[in-house]
Design a protein around this ligand. Structure first.
Ligand code: FAD
Length: 523
């Protein structure tokens, strides 16, 4: 029998202004934004702790960071960027630590081993040293990237580019307008840089997971501008500290968060949201739901009754390409970084920098031909017990290969892949890491899918291709509100993947709800 939320022993009120599904970064930031506006929100999270992917786990004396390599858009205390400004304004207390350099790129087959610093000019100087004669072209390319980034940030501040006239767009945002319809490769090619220079500046594509020929230039430009101008940070005490800090402030601002509470149904009536039903059978009313689950799951499994989902919702959701998932090897090593020849915080290591070839490889169960490795001690010296090293080695495969793995083969395959990834780092460092392993954990697409419930284990939502990128999504997002009062927040929403976008998307979803409330929206 179904339980009603207003029963005597229920922890729920009968009605909330907004219900948020999931206490990942997106859900928590939506909760913060609503709390700052004095709205009564309820966050329901299936796990017993906040953060979703922004979390850590413990093995023996080691607390491993689960996901955070580099958090962009934070900046410094003196020069704060949008994420720091928002979290400061919301009163979230996090100790940020600057990541020391952008990355060390090692491409043994091309004799490339170069470390790129943060700071656009510094980076251009290193590229010039490696590939003489590129300074002017790189300066022009990075100018365009920065202009695109500034335009996007401005659109965010004013609540969307649709607030501007065509004339204003052309006059003040011409780099954005001129490049918005092109792939990263198409725009980069117009600068006629030597291939070696392109290879050296390409590694960040993997943080979006779409090859340069199909990746929207807008997204690539934002990444380049934001990382190289603003640098990146991590949190002392791991990303868990960010999630816990956000959880604390949501509650202080009047929000309610309930853990171990999975939402099973989003209830709708006459095209409008009317509440949710939990796995335990609680029915809780709200006219607005902000959802951290993927639209694929929401439309096929969660909206109730199904007749409330229009055909077009299935069609559009299926038209989108689900993004990459992750394969991650976490290592606790019994020696400090200097004894393991580790020089950098962040390594990109590849057999090639041809993003199409990497992409094809990532669809298979062959050992990854491109990996990214983080050594957290190089930013947070005391992240692990003294004399040990925290290393994570990551590949970002497409779900394709992993979807067909048979249960009986699963453990062999994940060990085979992990071994190959560690061997790649052995070659780079000239050290046998196997001899130093104190603890090892391997997360596969199945781990991620099971933990977050994301569709096919996607960590980046849908692919940001030219036809389905920020620009396209933002121009159609109003038509894509198939059920009144239902907003999406998270990697799968219009803004896309990563910590900063997840936080921004939560704020954006909350802003949409507040706007609808002001306009008398879903009543
Ligand atoms: C290995 C790895 C490394 C990464 N590195 C970086 C990095 O360096 N920088 C970066 O910016 N990004 C990185 N990312 C990506 C980043 O972690 C994610 O894009 C971001 O954390 C997504 O946040 P989210 O809130 O959208 O989703 P999630 O973190 O998936 O949170 C969703 C939450 O909703 C809950 N939930 C789902 N369905 C329900 C339901 N029905 N009922 C109740 N609760 C529900 C889930 O349990 C989860 O807690 C990395 C990801 C991985 C896997």
């Amino acid at each position: 029998m179904k339980r009603k939320a207003n029963k005597k022993y229920s922890k729920f009120n009968e009605y909330y202004d907004v219900i948020i599904i999931g206490a990942g970064l997106a859900g928590l930031s939506a909760g913060l934004q609503l709390g700052l506006s004095g709205k009564r929100c309820l966050i329901l999270e299936q796990h017993n702790l906040p953060g979703g992917l922004a979390t850590s786990f413990v093995r023996g004396p080691f607390e491993f960071e689960a996901t955070l390599h580099e958090l962009q858009s934070v900046g410094t205390a003196e020069n704060p960027r949008k994420i720091r400004r928002f979290l400061d304004e919301a009163g979230v207390d996090v100790e940020w630590i600057q990541v020391p350099e952008a990355y060390q790129l090692v491409l043994p087959n091309q004799n490339i081993n170069v470390t790129l610093p943060y700071g656009i000019e510094n980076m251009i100087e290193v590229v010039e040293k490696e590939v003489p004669g590129t300074r002017n072209k790189m300066t022009k390319l990075m100018k365009v990237c920065k202009e695109v980034m500034d335009s996007l940030n401005y659109f965010g501040e004013i609540g969307g580019a649709d607030k501007l006239s065509k004339w204003e767009m052309l006059r003040n945002h011409s780099s954005f307008v001129k490049t918005a319809g092109y792939s990263a490769q198409e725009v980069i090619d117009t600068f006629e840089l030597p291939q070696k220079a392109i290879d050296i500046i390409s590694p960040y594509w993997i943080y979006v997971g779409v090859p340069l020929k199909r990746l929207s230039f807008t997204v690539w430009a934002y990444l380049m501008g934001d990382y190289f101008e603003g640098g990146a940070v991590v949190a002392r005490h791991n990303s868990h500290a960010i999630s816990v800090g956000m959880d604390k402030r949501v509650r202080e601002l009047g929000g309610q968060i309930e853990y171990k509470t999975r939402v099973e149904k989003i209830l709708a009536e006459n095209g409008k949201v009317i509440g949710v039903e939990t796995a335990a059978g609680d029915m809780i009313r709200a006219n607005y739901v902000i959802c951290g689950s993927y639209p694929n799951k929401v439309y096929t499994k969660m909206v109730y009754p199904k007749s409330e989902v229009p055909e077009i919702a299935y069609k559009l959701t299926n038209a989108r390409n689900i993004g990459v998932t992750a394969l991650c090897v976490y290592l606790a090593l019994d020696a400090p970084p200097e004894e393991l020849n580790i020089e950098s915080y962040s390594y990109f290591v590849g057999d090639t920098m041809d993003t199409d070839l990497i992409w094809e490889n990532y669809k298979t169960l062959d050992p990854p031909n491109y990996i990214t490795t983080i050594v957290l001690n190089k930013a947070v010296e005391d992240c692990f017990p003294s004399g040990t090293t925290e290393m994570s080695i990551t590949a970002l495969p497409k779900p394709d290969g992993w979807l067909n793995v048979k249960e009986e083969d699963y453990y062999d395959i994940k060990r085979f892949m992990a071994k190959a990834m560690i061997e790649k780092m052995n070659d780079v460092l000239g050290v046998n890491l196997f001899a130093h392993i104190e603890e090892i954990e391997i997360a596969t697409p199945a781990t991620i899918s099971r933990y977050t419930g994301s569709w096919n284990g996607s960590v980046y939502g849908y692919e940001h291709q030219v036809w389905d990128s920020l620009v396209g999504r933002m121009s159609t997002e109003r038509q894509e509100r198939y059920i009144k009062g239902l907003e999406f927040a998270g990697a799968h929403s219009s803004i896309g993947n990563g910590y900063a976008p997840a936080i921004t998307s939560g704020r954006k979803a909350a802003a949409e709800v507040l706007k609808a409330m002001r306009e008398g929206g879903n009543n």
